[in-house]
Design a protein around this ligand. Structure first.
Ligand code: NAD
Length: 315
């Protein structure tokens, strides 16, 4: 084997989510401009109940991205003690509002509100999070629909990085309704053989070791260890975890000066569910931060324009 081939094989490719997100946002901006020629400005309503600090940051970023791409956004911030009936009434108004194409209810909701009931009250045609049962069902049967943003982002990373999916052994670790289940369905719909693992899986490594594409969304920092990864696998890390103990930073990033400097400055660093020592065994991987996380808002913007087009029969 030529030295070049050996080196190419040995150097895993970093799948740059930030660059892919920028590409998608540029396409969205283009679509928004095309709609503007028809006198259409896509509108996104973001409903944030209460004042959870993490949710406030997410919502701010969504509103900011909308503005940058020419999407009109409407931020609604009812107090944490809003009744379920009032929140349902608000959604009913947004459902019939002509200027609104996408409706997003930021989760989690306060405990006295039943999340399922709220998500089901959003018009499926405006459901830019893809959480309504109608859209979940459409995804399941492979029908065009609005699909959840983070799993859609995972698929964009794979597609735009030229990673083939059909016929490949994929393992999805995590089975949440917002990431694991829809992501596994999308992979299956594209012809992969998919195993879905979760907290109750008895021998996780026996599955992950088979994976040509390993997608992990558990919220357990460093769950995936090097011996659980087959050489040459593609690693997609959805986990976003905050490490705020020096011992953990030492353990996961013993040689990463940059990360240790960030910890010294901010008191925490972010890491995924895949131990970074797995990277060298892979053919390609998404870093954390700067991987899948960067795609979610781009896909929300994409879904908003898609909803605007679908509602007018333009899709
Ligand atoms: P969740 O808590 O709803 O689900 C976690 C899943 O992981 C469950 O299905 C559980 O069975 C499984 N799991 C937990 N421990 C496990 C273990 N030891 N072995 C095997 N499986 C295990 O979480 P979620 O909402 O799907 O999010 C998962 C991670 O992805 C979190 O870190 C979250 O912050 C991150 N996330 C990122 C984005 C983004 O990038 N924008 C979006 C959503 C979630």
């Amino acid at each position: 084997m030529a030295l070049h081939d050996i080196l190419t094989r040995m150097t895993p490719k970093v799948l740059d989510g930030t660059a892919i997100a920028a590409e998608i946002k540029a396409e969205v901006r283009h679509s928004v401009e095309a709609l503007a020629h028809r006198g259409i400005v896509p509108g996104l309503a973001v409903v944030l109940v209460g004042s959870d600090p993490a949710s406030e940051v997410y919502v701010r970023n969504k509103v900011k991205s909308s503005g940058e791409l020419g999407i009109r956004s409407l931020l609604l911030t009812p107090a944490a003690d809003i009744t379920e009936a009032k929140l349902l009434a608000l959604l009913a108004e947004l459902n019939v509002c002509e200027d609104i194409d996408g409706i997003l209810v930021q989760l989690p909701l306060p405990k006295h509100i039943e999340t399922r009931r709220i998500l089901e009250a959003v018009d499926p045609g405006k459901d830019v999070d893809g959480f309504h049962p109608v859209n979940v069902g459409r995804l399941q049967i492979g029908q065009e629909s609005l699909v959840p943003c983070t799993p859609a982002g995972i698929m964009q990373v794979l597609h735009r990085s030229g990673i083939p999916i059909a016929g490949r052994d994929c393992v999805m670790v995590g089975r949440s309704d917002i990431v694991g289940k829809p992501a596994s369905t999308m992979l299956l719909n594209e012809g992969a053989t998919v195993a879905v693992c979760h907290k109750g899986t008895r021998d996780l490594a026996a599955y992950t070791q088979r994976a040509e594409i390993l997608v992990v969304a558990t919220g357990v920092p460093g769950l995936i260890q090097p011996e659980m990864v087959t050489p040459g696998a593609v690693l997609i890390d959805v986990g976003i975890n905050r490490l705020d103990r020096a011992a953990d930073v030492e353990r996961f990033f013993p040689a990463d000066e940059g990360r240790r400097a960030t910890f010294a400055k901010r008191g925490f660093v972010l890491m995924g569910d895949i131990d970074p020592r797995c990277y060298e065994r892979s053919s390609a991987y998404t870093p954390v931060p700067g991987g899948v996380g960067a795609l979610t808002i781009a896909m929300l913007m994409h879904n908003t324009v898609k909803a605007a087009r679908m509602r007018r029969g333009l899709a």
